[in-house]
Design a protein around this ligand. Sequence first.
Ligand SMILES: *Cc1c(COP(=O)(O)O)cnc(C)c1O
Ligand code: SF4
Length: 439
Amino acid sequence: MKTNRENDSVPLGSISSHTNPVGLPWPRVTREEWNDYRWQLAHRITSIGDLSGLRYFPREEADLLGRVIDTYHLSITPYYLSLIRLDDPDDPIARQAIPSPDEYYGMEVGEDDPLEEEKDMPVPGLTHRYPDRCLMVVTNFCSMYCRHCTRKRIWPLGEAAKTEFELNKMFGYIRRHEEIRDVIVSGGDPLTLPASRLEFILKGLRKIPHVEIIRIGTRTPVVLPMRIDDELCAVLEKYGPIWVNTQFNHPREVTAEARRACERLLRAGVPVNNQSVLLKGVNDHPEIIRQLNTQLLKAKVRPYYLFQCDRVRGLEHFRTRLSKGIEIMEALRGHTSGLAIPSYVVDVPGGGGKIPLMPNYILSMGEQRTVLRNYEGIIVSYEEPQDDGRLSAFPETGRPAPRPDVYRLMTGEIQALIPAGNERMAKRRRRCESASPTT
Ligand SMILES: *Cc1c(COP(=O)(O)O)cnc(C)c1O
Ligand code: SF4
């Protein structure tokens, strides 16, 4: 129910958690308008002209930024803009939303698709890399385009959503692959789709019996929280179990509005997990990550991953060394709630997927004892059990045993993993073939 008060025209500063010293271009927006995601979408900042009205850019810089956004477009919702301290040139929120000259200079460095998502794509838009789960890109549109986006390569293809025809092809693939039990609906931002289109996707997936869970990757709670409305939540509730993975990168993004959006998702039975990206100049300090993650816990959002920033074209100025991530993990473990500690992962070039990294806690291992150290540096001897140390047999679960991988080395099922290009093995094969010619 709308009260008169909610319709009153109010200055922006009293709505957002931060009073903007420079002032936004909508000095007297009504509360009702502000809380309407359609108003937010209609008033996005999308041009250098819009930006120049907010922050001073020297002419040369404005030209460079113009060239950046010719390739990688610009969009900032009024809500996300209200979180930016426009008078601070190093503002961590601005850095995620407003292009910088570094983005232009860095366009020669890095690759469009270092993770080779396109090469593990059996049908357009669907990446199947891991044994039991796959990822669908269902739209190229986002309400706010993150300057550090890993999937920037799809932006120049236009802001279109996948058609029902294209989606049906992806469903067909999933239907034919019974090993897929977890589908990640991603983009772009799937929660920018009309509720009817989102329902088409979720309904289509739910018709496939072996799909156990659906995950939605979205930044909507962070950049357009008013979109998490009753209509959307009703759709999500209908097709559960659904998990939402979102991306808060800085404690200042955890506003009352964002917390409310996460609370609504939870009430619709949707757990919310967070996947931060480690970004230079945004959150590359243990204290920022600690604050972010403890604030998220208060909002009942679980920190899931801390991603190393990928070596994507134009992202060089965001990249940190791997040692920065390790340093952050060292500062978290033991010092704060285990629930506030994500896995730090690097998605390696060449399609190798995610690899977790952490400080070393094992100092040495012997048959009887392992020497460990704790977060304070205390060194402990851990006594191993006196059994034969063998792994138990693979249990009958009805699911196929793991494919050739490191795990099967550990069970002793296979002796070695040999790279396809190994020269010595190739010679052996050639010798065998010449010794026993067929036909
Ligand atoms: C990250 C990712 C997944 C999901 O990985 P989890 O570790 O299960 O969260 C699935 N497919 C692709 C291609 C991915 O990049
Ligand atoms: S919301 Fe996700 S897909 Fe969209 S620009 Fe940001 S990181 Fe990229």
